[in-house]
Design a protein around this ligand. Sequence first.
Ligand code: NAP
Length: 304
Amino acid sequence: MPKILDGTAIAAAIKQEVAQEVRALALQGIRPGLAAVLVGNVAASEIYVRSKVQTCADLGLFSELITPPETVTTGEMLKLVADLNARDDIDGILIQLPLPGQVDTKALLDAVSPDKDVDGFHPVNAGRLQAGRPALAPCTPAGVIEILTRSNIPISGAHAVVVGRSDIVGKPVAMMLLHHNATVTICHSKTRDLGALTREADLLVAAIGRPGFITPEMIKPGATIIDVGINRITTGEDFELYFAGNAKRAAALAKRGSTLVGDVHPKAYEIAGAYTPVPGGVGPLTIAMLMANTVRAARMRRGL
Ligand code: NAP
């Protein structure tokens, strides 16, 4: 039976450590603070941001939710970011994506001070990560590394195959695995004979954004699968493709009208040595690492 890598439990342990650190900083009169900027009213973004703000409260961090209207301009957003960069009570700035079309997302992300860039999206932090310097690293990739190391899955010497090369997940996770001495192959939509490469993987990271894309015949038996994908299934037809005969999932679909599937087909997990489930795998780590990054930013900014 493959081992299930329980992201919820690992995230809980990290959050407990963060809360402890927040208490220790409080003794020095420091309270790490996160500003979360949520533009407009995209329902999914609202759920994500509210849970980030709630987690700040749970762990003792200061947080402020800023909600500019859907019609906000790039200039107004740049001014907002400049103000947050200058505030001493704010250690981390999070700009929830996607932004409305009229806002220049790149200009805005580049305007966030690298020292407060708790999402790790600024080119300066991407460069620091690549150069192996202390950096605020992107949360989801950092969470992947936490899952592997805390589950005692060897990275050094392993052949890690990363499917996906986004700036947010694929590229940084590949770089982090390299820093942990894996031999890394990065695949993308133009990769030829993807299956031949994924079958070589001791560690397979799927960050593609396509439901159940990695199928059982693409997996090396015993491999570790890290499934970053989060895809929502709503139709009975899709349900049959991924979860036929799964009563628990059928109940979830009936109750909520949807259920989640990763980028890896659930049947492929059965061949693995270990895998992260969806939900409950990589997902919970993202918020935990955001909290850890905010505390790290607070310490770094004060030279601690
Ligand atoms: P993205 O920016 O859309 O990137 C997807 C990557 O997959 C691209 O590099 C693309 O290649 C590659 N790809 C697409 N089709 C492919 C194919 N047929 N064969 C091989 N590679 C293919 O997505 P992302 O932001 O990295 O997110 C990936 C997934 O992770 C999504 O499901 C997202 O919801 C999930 N996610 C989860 C979390 C979390 O907290 N757990 C956080 C972030 C993202 P090209 O570069 O050639 O186009």
